[in-house]
Write a protein that binds this ligand. Structure first.
Ligand SMILES: C[S@@+](CC[C@H](N)C(=O)[O-])C[C@H]1O[C@@H](n2cnc3c(N)ncnc32)[C@H](O)[C@@H]1O
Length: 371
């Protein structure tokens, strides 16, 4: 059932985008496939909304919590067979809060809210921090805090949906170290965020339906880089690419001072951010990278890559721009020519060799993107 009782602003603050049933079914199939005695566990959804996950786990023992009293009232009506608590599960939340013993066999399930308070999307309506969060799990993203809160309850398994970026972006992975030190991914499946109602206003990003098992040697970032990910429609991908960060700096340098004649480029984040942002810019701002002229071709590469993003599957949205450097080097003059055609004011700032064989760029990206 779709969330109905909150305004769009309230929904964004608390990350209240309810999960489509087919993804709940997929998660439960994964549990049944991988855990032999799955009927012997207590299932906890600590951000349960209307209790869609709990309802789908009938007849097993379930507990649902939510900070939203109204949601819990509705959950009780829809599925009275579960225990419920109105609780902020990011604040002093322990097994005791829901009357569980330390040795109760526990699986945490659900779809916690994701709400990156620093991200640009919908920032105008997001609050910096919508609820009190314990210091040891406080981060800039509500979803990361939720994963950290699970670790404190020491469940045997964690079976949840979360943005793939929590795992594949090194900075996020490091924030999640306390969790990943104790949990290993034993099954997963990647889906497109656009399949959630309401969030489809921007380009989709990958969400992982993840089944984690508690163990003493958890997940390392090097394991993630080696992983083969699979999507719900049976495509596979991995992160073993060569990335633009190996050739140029993605962020402004604190040490460089802007001089007349410098060429400026907008800060680069991931592919989805590049899709929304500018590339070459004329006026200096805090977000400007002052480029090294001998690296100019690589910036043209990013500028042209942006034009091909719509051909790239959604699951690369949180990756850096990738590159086949050997092939690019052979045709870099074509990238420069095309980029200068897009930004004619660059002409006075750089000398270059015109090469108009644009069809070679099409071919390059077809091969790089595997399309
Ligand atoms: C993405 S919804 C998921 C709801 C449900 N699990 C589903 O998928 O249909 C996230 C839920 O988290 C709840 N929530 C947000 N912050 C919370 C907090 N600090 N403690 C408990 N629940 C919270 C919201 O009220 C919302 O119902």
């Amino acid at each position: 059932m779709e969330q109905q009782h909150l305004t769009y602003k309230e929904m964004t603050d608390f990350g209240c985008f309810y999960t489509p049933q087919k993804f709940i079914d997929k998660l439960i199939d994964m549990i049944k496939l991988n855990i032999n005695d799955y009927d012997k566990y207590i299932y906890l959804d600590s951000s349960c909304g209307y209790g869609a996950f709990l309802k789908s786990l009938y007849p097993y023992k379930t507990i649902g919590c939510d900070i939203d009293k109204k949601a819990i009232e509705i959950a009780k009506k829809i599925y009275p067979n579960s225990e419920y608590y109105v609780l902020n599960t990011l604040n002093n939340f322990t097994r005791k809060s829901i009357h569980l013993e330390e040795n109760d066999k526990l699986i945490i399930i659900g779809n916690p809210p994701y709400n990156d308070t620093t991200s640009k999307v919908k920032n105008d309506i997001k609050k910096a921090s919508p609820c009190v969060i314990d210091n040891d799990i406080k981060t800039r993203d509500l979803g990361i805090s939720f994963l950290l809160s699970y670790n404190k309850l020491k469940p045997d398994y964690v079976a949840v949906l979360h943005p793939l970026s929590y795992m594949i972006k090194k900075a996020n992975f490091e924030l999640l170290n306390p969790f990943y030190n104790n949990y290993r991914l034993i099954d997963h499946c990647i889906i497109n965020s656009q399949e959630f109602n309401m969030t489809s206003r921007t380009k989709g990003f990958p969400i992982i339906i993840a089944l984690y098992k508690r163990c003493s040697n958890g997940l390392k970032y090097s394991d993630v880089l080696d992983m083969n990910f699979k999507t719900i429609d049976n495509k596979t991908f991995n992160l073993r690419h060569d990335y633009i960060r190996n050739y140029i700096s993605k962020y402004p340098s604190r040490y460089k001072r802007y001089k007349n004649g410098d060429i400026l480029f907008f800060t680069m984040r991931d592919i989805n951010a590049l899709n929304r942002s500018r590339t070459f810019i004329e006026d200096f701002t805090d977000n400007s990278i002052i480029i090294e002229k001998e690296k100019f071709a690589y910036y043209c590469y990013v500028d042209i890559f942006k034009d091909y993003i719509n051909q790239l599957p959604y699951y690369y949205g949180n990756c850096d721009v990738f590159i086949n450097n050997a092939e690019f080097t052979v045709i870099k003059d074509i990238f420069i020519t095309r980029s200068i055609e897009k930004h004619p004011w660059l002409k006075q700032k750089i000398s270059y060799k015109t090469d108009n064989r644009y069809e070679l760029i099409d071919k390059y990206f077809q091969k790089l993107f595997n399309v």
